[in-house]
Design a protein around this ligand. Sequence first.
Ligand SMILES: Nc1ncnc2c1ncn2[C@@H]1O[C@H](COP(=O)(O)OP(=O)(O)O)[C@@H](O)[C@H]1O
Ligand SMILES: [Mg+2]
Length: 353
Amino acid sequence: MRTRLAGICSRGRGLRRSDDMIAVGFFTNKGGVGKTTLLCNLAGYLARHSGKKVAVVDADPQANATQYMFEEDILEEIYDLETEETIYDFARPLSQGKGYAADLNLKRSESFAVDVVLGDPKLALLEDFLAADWGTSGVRSLRSTFVFRVLLSHLKKYDFVFFDMGPSLGSINRSVLIASDYFVIPISIDIFSVRAIGNISEWLSKWRKMLEQKMAFVDEFDDLEVTDIELRLKLLGYVNQQYTAKRDAKGRRRAVKAYEKIMKDIPAAIDKGVISKTQPEPEDLDYQLGEIPNLHSLIPMSQSSRKPIFSLKSADGIVGAHFAKVSDAEEIFSQIAERFLQNVKAFDDHVAG
Ligand SMILES: Nc1ncnc2c1ncn2[C@@H]1O[C@H](COP(=O)(O)OP(=O)(O)O)[C@@H](O)[C@H]1O
Ligand SMILES: [Mg+2]
């Protein structure tokens, strides 16, 4: 069985085929940068306008993605009456030593047109369990570490599965990233966010090494119950967020000067902090998926109506100049979706070629 170890943690070309489901973690080690807003709106855009089947897995114990996509009364039923199974219900049997759960439940968000594995504050209980198992070796450690790969095995009918994640390098996020094909970094335009990029590749290399060591200790992979244990994670791109934009004389949307200064350091930080150390890449890939400026009152309107920003209508409070802002937002998400799909295709072609 040890012969199977070769290539399991390969840095190189993954075994993914282009018709397979693709799992993407939205991750940065900093809170409040607009991860959840980006994830839900991009998921909604791909589902509503690009004809993709998308599932969202709310793996942040804060459950903000779930709160964004479902009405208050539904949330009360989920959490108070426990009428729906959540991500925690999927993970719980594992933490009780009962192996993987047999089923995974999803709930449809009609307005975003995506299916959601509901978030749950109780998921935080998994953090310590996964951390303890990561610290050991052998089958049990790998079984816990790959819990989200097993979750993904229930979601094969989707084109994309997006993981919403909390802002930490904790054990839940590590397991999510280990399960994912790609990650997207939402970057808020401030020096802290740019600095946080710097240590991502260090963490990834550490995890890769640890995984290789763990696998070296496992003799009987048949006991593991997970067959897909290749680490494939690559950066798909980043999105600049949370800056102020103005139209220039030619009508183009541009960041105001103070933000532009920080923004121009980002490509080098991404290159140094992630790409050059951790991944082979297709030529001419543009990692910048897009830019989302401060969208002001569209954000609370979108939150209150539980609708994507680009779907807001007069019934949601849109009046006068807001209409133009909603079309701007639609253009913004359309561009991000286009680049996102282009980059996925570029990596697929790279693997095939
Ligand atoms: N493009 C935007 N323009 C204005 N406010 C935003 C934008 N994106 C997110 N926000 C606000 O910033 C806060 C953090 O956003 P959120 O998506 O929850 O970030 P994270 O998931 O990174 O914590 C929220 O209050 C949200 O309303
Ligand atoms: Mg969030």
